[in-house]
Design a protein around this ligand. Structure first.
Ligand SMILES: [Zn+2]
Ligand SMILES: [Zn+2]
Length: 238
């Protein structure tokens, strides 16, 4: 039986990646998380009323738009995250990205799908923000590509991997302006502007300064009148 368990383990984890609860016969088994932890995660969802309608950052005393969006123009029309990068969402994202619990891609895809259904009557073409080549090589797989594939195969959403990324160093310690400079010329679109639809939804894992989403949006808007929306798993304000 050992060989069978070894074969099944990477696809169907036997225990919840958060609390360790055995997952056999649980509905969320395939996703690597137990029903209880999914319930707790959902309680952390960001509410539309609490965020800037443009960039998705939490509002403190402002109403509608944050102070930053009143002075800075974005290339995208609006962005929002499912969760703040803290608590359960942060632990799950860390397990997904750094401990390679790839089965969580099913969970992220389901949550993104629910958000797309909630926000759009007609889902736009979904385009993943391209990951840095060095981070894909380090991990051995592409975390956003896996989610894109689930959205396409399980939920029949239109998706396209039309952005590619070359060079650029890690952006962790850079501010918005430094990130825009670091990204400059590194993101390209593999199809012509004429082929792009009227609406595109960019998806990514973590939104920090918004520079990556802005640069992807700038590239996608060149020469066309495509409207860009963005949806990310977690918000980690810089
Ligand atoms: Zn659990
Ligand atoms: Zn804002």
């Amino acid at each position: 039986m050992n060989w069978l368990f070894n074969f099944l383990l990477p696809v169907y984890p036997l225990r919840c990646s958060l609390c360790g609860e055995p997952l056999l016969q649980q509905p969320w088994m395939k996703m690597g998380i137990c029903s209880c932890c999914v319930g707790d995660l959902r309680k952390e969802s960001i509410r539309d009323a609490d965020i800037c309608r443009t960039c998705g950052m939490p509002l403190i005393s402002e109403r509608g738009s944050c102070l930053s969006c009143r002075t800075r123009q974005h290339y995208y029309s609006s962005h929002c995250s499912l969760f703040m990068y803290k608590g359960i969402a942060r632990n799950l994202l860390k397990a997904y990205k750094f401990q390679s619990v790839s089965s969580l891609s099913f969970l992220w895809a389901q949550l993104l799908y629910e958000a797309v259904q909630h926000k759009f009557s007609q889902p736009p073409l979904i385009v993943p923000v391209p990951s840095r080549g060095s981070s894909i090589r380090g991990r051995g797989w592409d975390q956003m590509e896996l989610i894109r594939r689930n959205l396409s195969q399980k939920y029949s959403l239109d998706t396209a991997k039309i952005l590619s990324r070359t060079g650029g160093s890690s952006q962790k310690k850079l501010n918005y302006a430094q990130r825009m400079l670091n990204l400059s010329g590194n993101i390209t679109c593999t199809c012509s502007p004429a082929e792009l639809p009227r609406k595109i939804l960019l998806i990514d894992d973590v939104y920090t300064t918004g520079a990556t989403i802005d640069e992807c949006s700038r590239v996608l808007k060149q020469g066309g009148n495509t409207k860009i929306y963005a949806l990310t798993l977690a918000l980690a304000p810089y």
